[in-house]
Design a protein around this ligand. Structure first.
Ligand SMILES: *Cc1c(COP(=O)(O)O)cnc(C)c1O
Length: 378
C-alpha cells in the first residue's frame, strides 16, 4: 500500500534573502543594475521572432566586443567552461595534436578536456604568473606540429596576461588553429581577435561583462569552421555541436535546445551597455582603475605577484605578507565588510589573494572600499 502522506519532512522556509556583497574576487562580479532589470522581463518563446531578433543583436554585439567578423559567433548555454568545451569538442578529432600553454589553473583544465576528446596533448609549462614568449611558442609548434595551439589570454589563477602578437601568424605558418581563453579578458582587456588571427575563442558572462553566469560567448573563424566540416567523426558532444547550434543561430532556426531566454536578455543588455560606453573606453576604464588599485595596494606595503608589463587589469594577485593568514583575512573581509576577494589556487594557494576589478565593479569606489577595509585587517 502506498502511504498517503510522505514520510519526508515538509520544508517551510522564509522567502529568499541574499546578503549584499561587493564581489571583488575572480568572478562572478557584481551585475549591472540595468542587466538585473532586463532579466526580470517575462520569457518569450525561443522561436518567437522578437527573441530571434534579440539573438541576432547578441551576435552583432559579441563581434564588436571581440573585434571579429566571424559569422559563427554566439552564446553557449552554460558557463565559460561549457564554451571552453565547445571550442575543443568541435575541432579536435581523436589523434589530433594539441599544444597547450600551462602557467596556471585554466591551462590545466584545457589539457584535461582536450585529452578527453582524444587529442594527443603536449603541454608547455611555465611557473604560475609568467607568460610564454613567441620564440618558445614557435619551438613548441615546430616540434609538435599540432592541429591546435591553445593559450589562456587572461589566466585568472595568476593575474597574468599572455601577449598574443605574432602568435596567429605563427599558427598560419604551420597550418594550426589558434585557440584562446578570453574568459577574464573580454570587456576589460584589449582584444583584437581578427588582427591577432585567433581561430577559436570563448568567454563567460559573469566576469568582465557584468552579467550573471549562464550564457557564454563563443566564436570560431572560417578556418576553424573548415576543420569542423572536414571531420571524419561526429562531434562527440551533442549539446555543443556547432553544426547543430549554427542552424539555430543561423537563418534556418532549427530547434536544438531551449535557449536560456532570460540569460540572453541579460547578455544582450550587458553587451549593449559596453557598446554604449565604447569598447576602447571600457578597456581604458579597466586599466585606469587597476592602476589606482595597484598604487593603493603598494602604498599599503603589499607587493604584487605579476610583473607590471604582464599584469591583467581585471585580476590582480597580491602576495600575502609574511605571518598573515590569508584565508582568515579573506573570510573576515567577507563576513565583516561584505567584500569578497579570492584566495590563491594551485601553486599559489596560501601565497596570494586574487582581487578582481571587472565590469561594473571597475570603479574607483570599489578600490576605496577595499583599501579602507584592508587597512583595518592587514
Ligand atoms: C572563470 C574561468 C573559466 C571558467 O568559466 P566558468 O564560467 O567558471 O565556467 C575558464 N577560464 C578562465 C581563465 C576563467 O577565469
Amino acid at each position: 500500500m502506498t502511504p498517503l502522506q510522505s514520510s519526508l519532512s515538509h520544508p517551510v522556509l522564509a522567502p529568499l534573502n541574499v546578503p549584499e556583497r561587493l564581489l571583488l574576487g575572480p568572478g562572478p562580479s557584481n551585475v549591472h543594475p540595468t542587466v538585473l532589470q532586463a532579466m526580470n522581463t517575462p520569457p518569450l518563446g525561443h522561436l518567437d521572432p522578437a527573441f530571434l531578433a534579440l539573438m541576432d543583436e547578441i551576435q552583432v554585439l559579441l563581434r564588436y566586443v571581440w573585434q571579429t567578423k566571424n559569422p559563427l559567433t554566439l552564446a553557449v548555454s552554460g558557463t565559460g567552461t561549457a564554451a571552453m568545451e565547445a571550442t575543443l569538442a568541435n575541432v579536435i578529432e581523436p589523434g589530433d595534436g594539441v599544444v597547450v600553454g600551462v602557467s596556471g589553473y585554466f591551462g590545466n583544465r584545457l589539457v584535461d578536456m582536450a585529452g578527453r576528446y582524444g587529442a594527443e596533448v603536449h603541454t608547455l609549462t611555465r611557473p604560475w604568473g609568467q607568460v610564454f614568449s613567441l620564440s618558445e611558442l614557435r619551438t613548441a609548434v615546430e616540434t609538435h606540429r599540432p592541429q591546435v595551439l591553445a593559450l589562456v589570454h587572461a589566466e585568472t589563477s595568476t593575474g597574468a596576461r599572455q601577449p598574443l602578437d605574432g602568435v596567429g601568424d605563427l599558427c598560419r605558418e604551420f597550418g594550426c588553429l589558434l585557440l584562446v581563453d578570453t574568459v577574464t579578458s573580454l570587456g576589460g582587456v584589449p582584444i583584437h581577435l581578427d588582427d591577432w588571427g585567433v581561430d577559436l575563442a570563448y568567454s563567460c558572462s559573469q566576469k568582465g561583462l557584468a552579467c550573471p553566469p549562464g550564457a557564454s560567448p563563443f566564436t570560431l573563424s572560417p578556418r576553424a569552421w573548415e576543420k569542423l566540416q572536414q571531420r571524419q567523426t561526429k562531434v562527440a558532444n551533442w549539446y555543443l555541436d556547432m553544426n547543430l547550434l549554427s542552424q539555430y543561430w543561423g537563418p534556418e532556426r532549427v530547434y536544438h535546445h531551449t535557449a536560456p531566454i532570460n540569460m540572453y536578455y541579460a547578455l544582450r543588455e550587458a553587451l549593449r551597455l559596453i557598446a554604449e560606453e565604447g569598447i576602447e573606453q571600457c578597456w581604458r576604464r579597466h586599466q585606469q582603475n587597476a592602476d589606482y588599485l595597484w598604487q593603493e595596494l603598494e602604498a599599503l606595503g603589499l607587493s604584487l605577484h605579476v610583473q607590471r608589463e604582464y599584469r591583467l587589469p581585471t585580476l590582480t594577485t597580491v602576495r600575502i605578507p609574511e605571518g598573515v593568514d590569508g584565508k582568515a583575512v579573506a573570510k573576515r573581509l567577507l563576513l565583516e565588510q561584505s567584500i569578497e576577494i579570492g584566495n590563491g589556487l594551485g601553486e599559489l594557494a596560501g601565497k596570494v589573494w586574487r582581487i578582481g576589478l571587472m565590469g561594473f565593479n571597475s570603479r574607483p569606489e570599489s578600490v576605496d572600499r577595499l583599501i579602507s577595509a584592508l587597512k583595518t585587517l592587514v
